[in-house]
Every structure is written in C-alpha cells, then in structure tokens.
Design a protein around this ligand. Structure first.
Ligand SMILES: [Zn+2]
Length: 690
C-alpha cells in the first residue's frame, strides 16, 4: 500500500505539467511502474482505488487528446475482436518441449548423460518450479512487445498478441532499472500463462453461476481464455505470466539464471523460487521439497524443471530432434486418497439441469480437505459403477477439483444398492425431463428455488448487470424469504425488506439498492446476457444487441433472421425463440417496463436495410473503420459479415495489404469495393450490378 503522503505528491507533480503530452507520458510511466510492482515484484504500493484514479486520469486526457495515444499506452491493451481467428506464426527457433522424469533413477540417469556429454565436468543446475499452464513465446523489438505466440506444434503457433496485450503483468514496453542496460534490440522470452488457484476457483464459481460447466483445472481455463477471439473478454480473466527463458541475439548471457535476472530487471515477471544447485543431490532435494510443499503455493505446479545453467555447456550438450539434452522436467506423482461415499446429492443449475455430487467422508488430499466431488452426470456414475456406502478412490493430478476415479469393489457390502437416477427433482419434487440429445436430467419447474438462485447469480454477475454486494448467501436468503422469485424482482426490493435479511444493516441495504439502481443503465448486451438464455454467451449477446438494438425487437425476431447472424446457429436461434415464447418472458417484460430501465445504447449505428441479405467479406487493413465497426455497420444494415470469399459472397471490402481474398474475389468475379465505395453504397450513391 502506498502511504498517503506519496500519492498526492505524485498527483501534484504531474498536475504542474501544463503540457498534456508530458502528463500523459508521466501517467503511463507511473501506471506501468505500478503494474510492475504488482505483477512482477509482488510489492504493490498503492490501493486498487488509487490505481484506478491514475488510470481514469490518463484515459480522460487521452480522450481529450486522441492524437497523443500511442499503441504502447497502458490504455491500449484491449484491441478489436479477431474476426478471422488467429494467424499462424513461425517461431524464430523451435520451441522444444522437455524430456520428463518421474523418479530418482530418471534424474540420476539424466545427470550421468550430462556429465558424459561435458567430458567429465559436473555442471551447475538451475532448478525452477514447473508452472502448470500454457506456454508462450513473447517477442520484443526495441523494447516494444510486438508478438506473443502459443507453442503450437513447436515450429508454428497461434499469434495471440491481442490477447496477451490485455495482461497487465506483461509490459507493452520494457523499461530498464536505472542501473541496468537498456532492453536489447530483439528479445525472445519464453513463459507460461497460468491462473492462481484462488482466481481459478472464483472464475469457476462464476462459470457455474452462468450455467456453464465448471473447468477441472486452472490450465484448462487458461487455454480456453487464450482461445477467445474477443480481447475484451480475455482482459477479464485473471491470467498471469511467469517468464522462464531468455534469448537475445544482440545480448547473449553467460548463464540461464543471468538471463532470468535480466528479464526481471526489465520488468518481466519471473519466479522467485528459482535456485542454483551445485550438485545433483541439491537438485533432488529441490524436487522432493517442492513435491512435499506444492500445496503451500498459491498456484499449481506439476513438477520442477532442471536446466544446465551455463549457456556454453548447454551449447556443448546440444539438442536431440525433440528435446534439449541439457534440461529435464521432474514431474510429481498424482495425489490419491480413498474415502467413504456417504451419498449423492444434487446441484440444480440455472437451466434446471441436475448435477450429481458425491458426498464424501472428509479426506485430506493435496492441501485441501475434500468433502464433495462432482460426478458430472449419471453416465459417469454408471461408468464408475458406484454403490451407496462404497469406498471410493479420489485423485488430484494437475486438477484442483478432485475426481472420483472408481470404487474399491472388494470392500463393497454384499447388499449395497447401486446409485440410480431420481424419479423427481430432489429439491422441489417436480417432474424431471431428459434434454433431447443430452445425458442431462432437468427439473421441469421454472421456479425451482435452486435454479432461481443460480439465475440471480448469473443476472448479477460481472459480465451481466454487475451488481456489487450481492453474494450467494444474500441471494439464498432473498429467495428463501420469498422476497425474490425471479431475477427481475431485485429491482423492486425496498430498504425495509432488505433489513429483514440476515446480515443487512441500514448502510449495506442502501448500498445494495444503489447498486441495483445503477444496473438499470447497463448496456443492452449485458441485459441480454443476464437473461440466461441457453447458449447465449457474452459474445452472442453482443451480436444480438448490435443487430436488434432493442430487447422487444429481439423478442419478436423470426428464427430465420436469427440463424443468419454470426455466432448464432440453428440451435442457438431455436433457444432464443423458445425463451421469448415462454410465460416467464411475458411476466419479465412487464416488470422490465415497470422498473424503467435506461439502457445505454452499446452501438449508436443507424439501422437500415441497405445490405439486406448480402454476404460481405472484409479484408486488408482499413482506415475509416475498425473490424468491429465495419461488421457492426454491415449487421445494422441487414448484411452478414463473412470470413471467406465464395460464390455466395455479395462483395468484398478491401483495405491496404489485402491478400489472397482479393485474388479469390477476382477469380470468382465477386465485386471488390474500397472503403469509400462502401460508404457510397451505404449512402445510396452507387449500386452493385447484380
Ligand atoms: Zn426442482
């Protein structure tokens, strides 16, 4: 935390700079410094609030002086949606994976090979934690982040620069410590994107609240996050990076740990647990210590990585076709336990889907006490052949959430009964139905109290109406006390009613009422997302908001016009029209009107029919529009943006450096328009020959 005295001093210092350019630059440096203190050094100096104030001041100044915005500004982390997916990039050198070892024999064999390769010299080893995440390669040119790529097949990976730019722990521009040399001209950094365990659990809670399947481990959520095409969604995921490899043709380093120290001095996050071992015994100690202590870390590791420290020795040892001879990954074994299965309970999701949960005799497994474990669905229970009173085996590999891996059949009592599907909803007693084509069972009661609680959580979640101060305990009480029967009822709560809810006092009640009031001016896409229509995620909600601009118009939309939208297929279109034909929707609409929402228009584009039924391909880099803007414009005029040129393409809008799509259009005789011609078409000044 920053002392109160320091911040106003900085504020004063920058306020004195009458020239906005200077203040902007000072703010950028200061914000980058705080990002570095927080993410790389782990020693933040200021509160989140003070940080937000600095950020807001910078954003205000930049919007008053857009000519001063530069791509490396900390406000420019979030770019446009990647409509064409990720480009493939060839790595400057192969990104090798490491040979794995699982026991002491493997490690001493590795050591013998190294000593042999070095003709009898015994090397120093760098020992580091093996973070369980997704590996990537960052490229900096003259100190600026120019590329981030996934490992892919080791030769080529996906260009995920737009997504990695949103991570505050990654400097867009490197700044050297005062007493260090400046960043090298070209710098390659290998690293791992990971999620802390606590961040992952919170993320999973949100995921469940939104009716999505919880993910098994942080690595899966990292991988899923990096595949998102919308950087603004990525920016909301709690992703972090740890850097573990340095390579620069301009500035070679004598050893691996020297490279890491240099990365740290440039503001890149590196692990503080890396150690240099003089002997193989020290390496083994490091491995065994962390196998025993892995659960004390706030993130998952699945082993330790051991590298010959000297780069000269690394070169001497060389690489095989697949892995370097100078490094090894020493893995940990999976954590296992057995315990008694007391029974099976059920979670009812937002859409009424039942998830069976194993209720276990508490058992300590890998740093956490496990009392419950999801069984996913009844197919899984049948596959595991679970019976009441079974002794079951549990495993926690890289997964934070333990898995039931089977039953110890020898210990089963002779008359034990198999676990079977319930005949009615275990929560409200209503009839169950099987969703067509799915293994899931669903409660048919739209007012099932558990389902309603999940709907409210979703409605108030960050991607939806973002109502602060509405925790799951409060939601439980509101539903249990009958104060809220469906999410929209939140808008009719009175302070007096809230005072009857356990844990509420005058002040907290007023605060929640204010938060609820503020939610009425959210943007339309957030409200649509909050409705919790099946299969409608944040990105689909945005498409719908853009296309229809109004909730009632969307409610009246024909299935055909929905199907043609990007991101919306027949299944999604079906779910949308089904939702808007229910009784609940009509009651919701009446309440929405009464609550007097003042939704912000997410997209102030004029609507029309100039491009009705046309498939439009955009290629090259445009000057007047961002990709998102032109697609929004196409959509708002009844057209359909599409990714590839075919005979069905109505026309192509081509900017600078348009490549193969232009050739394809020419060969198929598809008209090609410049941006200006596209605008003329919208204004009705030109027509397309058909
Ligand atoms: Zn029910």
């Amino acid at each position: 935390m920053l002392t109160a005295a320091l911040r106003p001093a900085f504020a004063q210092k920058i306020r004195k700079m009458a020239v906005p350019k200077q203040e902007i630059e000072a703010l950028r440096r200061e914000i980058a410094r705080h990002d570095r203190l927080y993410y790389a050094d782990g020693t933040p100096e200021i509160s989140d609030f003070d940080y937000d104030q600095l950020f807001k001041r910078l954003r205000d100044l930049e919007s008053a002086h857009p000519e001063l915005i530069t791509p490396d500004s900390v406000t420019q982390r979030i770019g446009d949606v990647l409509t064409e997916g990720f480009a493939s990039v060839k790595h400057p050198f192969p990104m090798l994976s490491l040979q794995n070892s699982y026991d002491l024999d493997d490690i001493s064999e590795f050591h013998h090979r190294v000593v042999n390769g070095l003709e009898g010299d015994s090397p120093e080893y760098s020992c580091e934690l093996k973070f369980d995440g997704v590996s990537l390669l960052l490229t900096y040119e003259a100190g600026f982040l120019i590329r981030a790529a996934t490992r892919g097949d080791g030769e080529k990976g996906d260009n995920i620069t737009a997504n990695i730019r949103t991570l505050k722990g990654i400097p867009l521009r490197l700044s050297a410590d005062q007493d260090e040399a400046s960043p090298p001209k070209t710098l390659f950094v290998r690293g791992e994107v990971y999620m802390r365990t606590d961040d992952f659990l919170a993320f999973n809670d949100e995921q469940v609240a939104e009716g999505k399947k919880p993910l098994a481990n942080p690595r899966n959520s990292v991988a899923g996050s990096l595949k998102l095409l919308d950087p603004s969604l990525v920016s909301r995921r709690p992703l972090r990076v740890v850097c573990y490899g340095y390579d620069s043709p301009d500035k070679p380093m004598p050893s691996h740990v020297d490279g890491l120290a240099f990365l740290k001095s440039l503001g890149l996050p590196v692990s503080s647990e890396t150690r240099v071992a003089k002997t193989i015994e020290e390496v083994i100690d490091f491995w065994q210590k962390w196998e025993a202590q892995r659960d004390t870390l706030p993130f998952e590791i699945d082993g330790v990585v051991v590298k010959v420290n000297s780069l000269a020795q690394q070169r001497k040892l060389g690489i095989t076709s697949r892995a370097p001879r100078w490094a090894i990954a020493c893995k940990f074994s999976a954590r296992q336990a057995t315990t008694l299965l007391n029974g099976v309970s059920f979670q009812v999701g937002r859409t009424g889907v039942l998830t069976p949960v194993a209720e276990l005799e508490p058992v300590f497994l890998g740093g956490i006490t496990v009392k419950r474990a999801t069984l996913h669905n009844f197919d899984e229970i049948r596959r595991l052949d679970l019976h009441y009173g079974d002794i079951v085996t549990l495993e926690r590999g890289g997964d934070v959430i333990p898995k039931v891996t089977g039953a110890v059949v020898e210990k089963r009592k002779r008359n034990a009964k198999a676990i079977t599907e319930p005949n009615s909803c275990p929560v409200c007693g209503s009839a169950l139905e099987r969703v067509h084509g799915e293994v899931a069972l669903r409660c048919t009661n739209p007012q099932d109290p558990e389902a309603v609680k999940r709907q409210i959580e979703h409605f108030a979640s960050r991607g939806a109406l973002d109502i602060a101060g509405l925790g799951s305990e409060t939601i439980d009480s509101l539903v249990d006390l009958g104060l809220v029967k469906e999410p929209i009822d939140l808008f009719f709560l009175t302070p007096k009613q809230l005072l009857s809810v356990p844990g509420f006092a005058q002040k907290s009640a007023e605060k929640l009422i204010v938060a609820v009031e503020e939610a009425k001016s959210a943007s339309l896409d957030r409200l649509i997302f909050g409705l919790g229509i099946r299969f409608v995620g944040e990105s689909t909600a945005r498409t719908l908001a853009t296309q229809f601009g109004d909730l009632e118009l969307l409610a009246k939309a024909q299935i055909e016009s929905l199907e043609n939208l990007p991101d919306v297929g027949p299944r999604v279109a079906q779910a949308i029209t089904e939702y808007f034909s229910t009784k609940q929707w009509r009651s919701l609409l009446a309440k929405l009107q009464r609550a007097d929402f003042q939704l912000k228009d997410t997209n102030a584009v004029e609507r029309g029919t100039k491009l009705e039924g046309m498939a439009v391909v955009v290629t090259g880099s445009l000057e007047m529009y961002s990709r998102e803007e032109i697609e929004r414009t196409i959509l708002s005029q009844g057209g359909k943006p599409s990714g590839s040129v075919s005979k069905k393409t109505s026309f192509v809008v081509a900017g600078e450096k348009a490549g193969s799509k232009l050739e394809k259009a020419a060969s198929l005789g598809v008209p090609v328009l410049t941006e200006e011609q596209f605008n003329q078409l919208l204004r009705g000044e030109i027509k397309l020959d058909s």
